[in-house]
Write a protein that binds this ligand. Structure first.
Ligand SMILES: [Zn+2]
Length: 249
């Protein structure tokens, strides 16, 4: 029982790290997500620390969140680039998380369905990418609800996770999202692929900055994503070579 509790605590801890507020998309290349919910985190750490006493080395690794896992996430789609990304993921037998804009789902219905059919995870990324800190509570709720119902009507599935555009949120809008039953997803590695720095640079940023439990932010929509497409196979290959396995965010 204590081992189970320890593993749960470990998962909670990594989950918390991802639910805290991330910096805006214009921040430094690597956005370390701060833990803001210190009171809750403190309790989790204590619980995990107690349980560690009775765990084996392998279990300790899991508790400490040191498993070499990484989650690939793609924002602002679906778009005409998404099928190419899906092809690469399929060839490599990798599952990823797609944070979709409600307004892009209608024009790319078949692609949205393919994301689900091929085992990837759906994520709500708002209707049209506003800065949620500037929205009224009602407007924020409308952004979340519209995209939930659009994705549900097109794919038959409801996302369980939400990512704030620009990682921009406040207490009020985080409450809106949680009241809709959604978990908030951040990231640990910002490739800034939208700068179009060259596919080799996108791969380098993703691979060099990934740590165990990492969440890599890339974009399949919102502009010309040919460099992101061109970088992806090498990113996966190099992360695999470093011993990483791919998990859903
Ligand atoms: Zn976005």
């Amino acid at each position: 029982m204590r081992i189970a509790a320890a593993l749960t605590a470990g998962l909670m801890l990594s989950s918390l790290a991802l639910t805290a507020t991330a910096g805006p998309a214009t921040a430094a290349p690597i956005t370390k997500v701060p833990l803001t919910e210190t009171a809750v985190t403190g309790a989790v750490v204590t619980e995990a620390a107690q349980a560690v006493e009775v765990t084996t080395a392998a279990q300790f690794t899991a508790v400490a969140g040191k498993r070499k896992t990484v989650a690939l996430t793609f924002d602002d789609g679906p778009s005409k680039y998404t099928p190419q990304i899906l092809d690469i993921l399929r060839r490599n037998n990798v599952k990823a998380t797609f944070c979709m804009l409600g307004n892009n789902v209608g024009p790319y219905r078949a692609t949205a369905r393919r994301v689900v059919r091929e085992g990837h995870r759906l994520c709500n990324h708002s209707r049209n990418h506003p800065d949620f800190r500037k929205l009224s509570t009602a407007a924020a709720r409308s952004q979340v609800k519209y995209t939930q119902s659009k994705i549900k009507s097109v794919t038959g599935r409801s996302p369980k996770v939400f990512r704030f555009p620009y990682g921009s949120s406040n207490t009020r809008t985080r409450a809106v999202v949680r009241n809709e039953g959604l978990r908030i997803l951040g990231w640990t590695v910002d490739t800034r692929d939208w700068e179009r720095p060259g596919s080799a640079t996108i791969t380098k940023r993703a691979v060099n900055n990934t740590r165990p439990g990492g969440v890599v932010l890339m974009h399949d929509g919102g502009g010309n994503r040919s460099q992101t497409v061109a970088s992806l196979n090498n990113t996966i290959r190099k992360l695999k070579a470093k011993g990483y396995t791919f998990v859903l965010a």
